[in-house]
Design a protein around this ligand. Structure first.
Ligand code: SAM
Length: 160
């Protein structure tokens, strides 16, 4: 299988250590998704959706590791029980807010990926399909919201 980028994601984030670790900690961080004109017809009807999943290449990731210490935790975890970028297939998945579309460019917010991340796919968030209430979140359940916020944000909107 071979995946080819369908565009590029531009964000204010250039330093991996100063980039929010998830969109929920990146509220208001603006991004621009430039879809190659060859794929622009595929954006038809996308304006109707408030949130989009972006699938992209962690193009600046370190080599893969199967056990990692997550950003929010001090204990080693299996990489597939985390969202760490150092995965055998370095794919990122971020749920961002769609602000507006201008032709083949999507203006989004709440971005947690580095500038220049190659875009591989876009899928709309569909509450009917994606929302879950009866969830367990493994080791994450032991982390309180204040700690998660303090360790996950890493982005000072006012200093940009
Ligand atoms: C924990 S990952 C989560 C990304 C995505 N929301 C996910 O769940 O797949 C986010 C972190 O990955 C790093 N990162 C983001 N984009 C990257 C890229 N293109 N290459 C390498 N590292 C990246 C940054 O350090 C950022 O804080």
């Amino acid at each position: 299988m071979r995946c080819l980028p369908i565009g590029v994601i531009h964000t204010p984030h250039t330093d991996p250590d100063a980039t929010p670790i998830q969109p929920v900690f990146a509220r208001g961080a603006p991004g621009r998704v430039e879809v190659d004109p060859a794929y622009a017809a595929g954006l038809r009807d996308i304006e109707g959706f408030s949130h989009l999943y972006l699938v992209y290449h962690f193009h600046r990731a370190a080599p893969p590791r199967l056990v990692v210490t997550p950003y929010l935790d001090d204990h080693p975890r299996g990489v597939f029980a985390t969202r760490a970028p150092v995965r055998p297939n370095p794919l990122g998945l971020s749920l961002v807010r769609l602000v507006r579309r201008e032709g083949n460019v999507l203006h989004v917010s709440d971005v947690d990926m580095l500038d220049g991340s190659p875009l591989l796919d876009i899928k709309p968030y569909i509450a009917r399909f994606d929302r879950r209430d009866d969830v367990r979140c493994g080791w994450q359940d032991a982390i309180d919201d204040a700690t998660a916020d303090a360790r996950g944000s890493r982005w000072d909107r006012d200093s940009r």
